[in-house]
Design a protein around this ligand. Structure first.
Ligand code: ATP
Ligand code: MG
Length: 647
């Protein structure tokens, strides 16, 4: 064991302070909670603890590191590699969903799962649910039932909060209380359908893992044995951003460590911003009650932000009703820059200010990638995107539609899935062709299943629809012929056809073409179509744009968690946007929005700009956010108000 004090020349301990070293060198086999504010090195400490465990002889594959995004997992593993060498790549690192998929592929046979199971993305999940509704002869609108998307949310909320469906509906959707029986019937059919098709949705991944981590007493002996083997495998479980775990994730983490393995969780209750998705503050607040011997360690130095930014953050979060006691002192010295509140006339001026200022910052030597523009909802970024495009500034968007959920990407992937016998996908493909409607698709699908896979499809149709079906059949057959060349070659063949036939119809066809090229490149990492589809949904946690060239970052605040930039702009600090109007009626709603504001401002290292427009479209007056006005009472405000200087 390395002495905590003696780390001066040790690459693993030297870049850490005393409190961080205490976490890194803490003994194995215990539960501990590291509770600390933003920028205090929680993530850094977690990575160094992983490296330290490896250095003391724990094999990488026996360490389970849970991160908030796949991107964070990759970065953390890359850092471990720097510290410990390439063995770090056998670490089990990823998001709860990504890890659940890996674990279920390895250990799921005890639950009757085929290791090749396919994961449904959100849209596929909705398709399955829609099909379940059809199987039962129901008509959602006619029968006064919730829409498919709402039904999905209900089932999902019940899983994530570990509440039965009735209680979930009474809590969040009381207006559907009288339909509980029917909704349960739909749920049962939905589950059956997924089982018949051998597919899992995102919630099933967590349920599957929880069955292995914490099997019910009534489970088969094989499940208990597998559970034991799985839990014995991991010497220590480490969880970043623990405050945003929901009930089922919390239970999984607890039970993965229930046989005397170590459990190190790091988090900050003030940064809990996923309550609306079922994150359960109790996981963190009740940690020490659940693990009596658990140590609580604090990190109290903030390395990220200037004292001015930190002071604004601390004053703001003090307005929340509940929070755990934490100290956060600036480690950095002042740069003499106050946080700016920029009052603009309208949204256009706000966008013009942000982009002009960003350009000045870049001209003064700040790289584009060190400048971020954050906002509460994706739609607020439109004006800034337009202005950036006008001024030819490179930018990436880390909010909005995910890469794999874009229509053109989904179309192309549907061809791939169709070649593997997926009927939903085949339907999507066929409907793309002009003249092909639901009736000809039904005829074609009957043919496709009885005769050779695609050759006979067109036989039932005539005229323009026949031409469409023939084209589809030719392309699908062409793809199958190329199976031996791998998925990238198959997709390249397809994209050629797709681009000619469909892409020109979109007004942003260049962007879409580039996306498809990107998809072909992505597919190079896989040997078969099957492999590609197996892990696709969990790979897509962040949009692909993130990794290319230096570019200014546009991001929702939710997506900015855990990240930092030298200069940060936060847009649209007006009532209704931040705090968001939907939060006003929710219990803890405005407090959660204030935590969101806290997350946003603590992303900034050197300089922070909070902007708002006095008027929205059609001259509607907007009220500045209470998160600003509440700081102006009594004391000197912790920011300086300005108007854009060019107007
Ligand atoms: P968040 O709550 O936002 O996720 P965090 O607590 O995880 O923040 P990190 O991202 O780990 O904080 O660290 C914040 C910044 O401080 C990073 O740039 C990190 O490299 C730096 N840092 C952390 N600890 C130290 C240290 N002991 N010495 C110097 N820099 C440090
Ligand atoms: Mg962090």
């Amino acid at each position: 064991m390395i002495d905590r004090q003696d780390g001066a020349n040790d690459p693993l301990l030297a870049p850490l302070n005393e409190q961080q070293r205490a976490v890194v060198c803490a003994p194995q086999g215990l539960a501990r909670l590291v509770l600390a504010g933003p920028g205090s090195g929680k993530t850094r400490t977690l990575v160094h603890r992983v490296a330290q465990l490896m250095r003391t002889g724990v094999p990488a594959e026996r360490i389970l590191l849970v991160t908030f995004t796949n991107k964070a997992a990759r970065e953390m593993m890359a850092r471990c590699e720097q510290l410990c060498g390439s063995s770090a790549w056998s670490l089990m690192g990823g998001t709860f969903h990504g890890l659940a998929a890996k674990i279920l592929r390895q250990y799921g046979s005890a639950l009757g799962l085929d290791p090749e199971f396919r994961i449904l993305d959100r849209a596929d999940t909705e398709d399955q649910l829609r099909a379940a509704v059809n199987d039962l002869g129901l008509d959602l609108r006619r029968d006064g039932l919730p829409r498919v998307r709402t039904l999905c949310r209900m089932f999902s909320a019940s899983v994530q909060r570990e509440l039965d469906l009735g209680a979930t509906i009474d809590l969040r959707w009381p207006q559907y209380h009288h339909h509980l029986g029917l909704i349960q019937t739909i749920g049962a059919r939905f589950v059956e359908r997924k089982q018949e098709a051998g597919v899992l949705d995102f919630d099933d991944l967590l349920v599957g893992w929880s069955l292995l981590a914490d099997p019910p007493a009534s489970a088969e002996p094989a499940v208990h044995q597998t559970s034991q083997a799985l839990r014995e495998r991991f010497v220590e479980v480490l969880v970043d951003e623990y405050q945003d775990t929901n009930a089922i994730q919390g239970r999984i983490a607890d039970h993965m460590a229930s046989i005397g393995n170590g459990l190190t969780v790091v988090g900050d209750d003030c940064q809990g911003i996923y309550g609306f998705r079922g994150a359960d503050a109790q996981n963190l607040v009740g940690f020490q009650q659940r693990f009596d011997a658990a140590e609580r360690l604090l990190l109290t130095a903030n390395y990220r932000s200037t004292p001015e930014i930190l002071s604004l953050a601390n004053l703001s979060i003090a307005h929340n009703r509940t929070q755990l006691e934490k100290m956060l002192e600036p480690e950095r010295t002042s740069l003499g820059l106050p946080p700016w509140v920029v009052q603009c006339k309208d949204r256009e001026e706000e966008a013009r200010f942000v982009v002009t200022r960003a350009r000045e910052l870049q001209a003064s030597g700040i790289p584009w990638s060190e400048i971020a523009v954050l906002y509460r909802s994706h739609a607020l970024s439109t004006e800034v995107q337009v202005e950036l495009a006008k001024q030819s500034i490179p930018f990436v968007v880390r909010s909005g539609v995910r890469f794999f959920e874009q229509a053109h990407v989904k179309d192309v992937l549907a061809f791939g899935r169709a070649t593997m016998g997926d009927e939903f996908a085949l339907r999507r493909v066929l409907l793309l062709y002009p003249g092909v409607g639901p009736v000809s698709v039904r005829g074609a699908l009957e043919r496709a299943s009885v005769d050779d896979r695609f050759g006979q499809m067109a036989k039932t149709a005539s005229g323009i629809s026949r031409r469409g079906l023939e084209q589809a059949a030719d392309v699908l057959a062409g793809m199958i012929e190329r199976s031996a060349d791998g998925p990238s070659a198959q997709l390249a063949f397809l994209v050629d056809h797709y681009r000619q036939a469909f892409v020109q119809r979109f007004d942003d066809s260049n962007q879409r073409s580039e996306d498809l090229e990107e998809l072909i490149r992505f597919a190079q990492g896989f040997e078969t179509m099957n492999q590609l589809f197996a892990d696709l949904p969990v790979v897509d946690q962040t949009t692909r744009n993130g990794d290319s060239g230096p570019a200014l970052v546009l991001s929702s605040i939710h997506q900015s968690k855990g990240l930092e930039w030298k200069r940060v702009f936060v847009l649209s600090l007006v009532e209704g946007h931040l705090p968001h109007a939907a939060s006003f009626a929710e219990v803890d709603g405005v407090d959660e929005e204030r935590r969101l504001f806290y997350v946003a401002i603590t992303r900034a290292a050197d300089e922070l700009y909070l902007t708002y427009a006095q008027r929205a479209g059609h001259g509607r007056v907007q009220t500045p956010s209470r998160f600003l006005s509440e700081l102006m009472v009594d004391t000197e405000p912790p920011f300086t108000m300005v108007r854009p200087s060019f107007s």
